[in-house]
Design a protein around this ligand. Sequence first.
Ligand SMILES: Nc1ncnc2c1ncn2[C@@H]1O[C@H](COP(=O)(O)OP(=O)(O)OP(=O)(O)O)[C@@H](O)[C@H]1O
Length: 388
Amino acid sequence: MSTALSSTGMHRAVSLPSGADVVIRAQGVNYAYGSGETRTQVLFDNNLEISRGEVVIMTGPSGSGKSTLLTLIGALRRTQDGSLDVLGHDLTHADGSGQVELRKHIGFIFQQHNLFSSLTAIENVRMATALMPGSVKEMNARAIEMLTKLGLGDRIHHLPAELSGGQKQRVAIARALVNRPLMVLADEPTASLDAESSQTVLDLLRDLADGQDKTTVLLVTHDQRVIDKADRIVNMVGGRIVTNSLTRVAVRICRALAATESLNGLSEATLSRIANYMTVETCEPGDTIVTEGEEGDRFYIVGTGVADSYRDGNYDEEKCYGEAFGMISSYFKRTVPTTVVARTEMELYVLSKDDFLHALAEDQSFETRIRGLLAGSNTAAATAPTID
Ligand SMILES: Nc1ncnc2c1ncn2[C@@H]1O[C@H](COP(=O)(O)OP(=O)(O)OP(=O)(O)O)[C@@H](O)[C@H]1O
């Protein structure tokens, strides 16, 4: 039996796998508006890496600097301090023409759709295709295809004044996407859309990211519906990125925690706080994950796959989705109660000792639940805890 578990992704401190095609790299980015006495710094030491094909949401309170960072990444304003590399363009030293060159590869979607009022929907979209080489016929076909995808096939010859707010926004989205940009930067793209249109736009963005172009999408939004479509959430507060987490992993961990019997009844907020402290590991059939009688320093929750647990050398039970095992010996003053061996490939959600203590500090009810969970998995009673 081997014990080779591998970490597939840190949930909190996101580090991209080596070899990931990084298309946005910000290091130590600061930004200030105004000068002299009116100078106000609004971005502080921001570091961010986004790889090709990721859909990333930026959230945070009003005034936290999301739009400023987005416009710096889109070369719509000049980088002042720190280094910023976007799609291979070094924006730290870019002049005006370097900025324009980069912007050709980016589709921008803003709340103010800025359509030309004297041009029809298709003419507005065609304005963007003029930037790229191609025949008129081809450009028309592309514009019609994109408008149709966005549910505007029967509105292509309408002027903006003849369209609703949501329809105008969709024309602007079609214009941003028609050139198949390498990157989409969007500020509240679904704000003026109804539920169905929002879903269409989000599906389209997700498809672009998953498709052969592997478009990278960075969205500023407060729209909760976007979370299911995103790979990552970057949260900004007071001009700083404060968390940077993988959403799909977060959602998977939350669901597994919610399915864990002893954690039943903990609020969604508590579960998502605990999930924030967990990391993901994978293992192969035959891997021994924990060994009875050893000092343990981790709890595990089964995400996918099945394991077998053994006590005193005898078969004990099966561990499947949402079930927990492991031990934090220094806290609970107990050794690991069972040996657990993977029967299949598995995805495990792991809480290390330090992260367990952090999670406890945030929510004491979690400790009570973990005690309940341990009571169900071992005959020895837990003694009073001492934090090492
Ligand atoms: N052109 C400007 N001149 C001076 N200050 C500005 C300017 N634009 C933004 N600010 C200030 O910079 C800070 C960050 O603003 P920014 O628009 O980037 O935040 P935000 O997180 O996008 O906010 P919101 O969610 O309300 O759009 C705010 O304090 C804002 O008042």
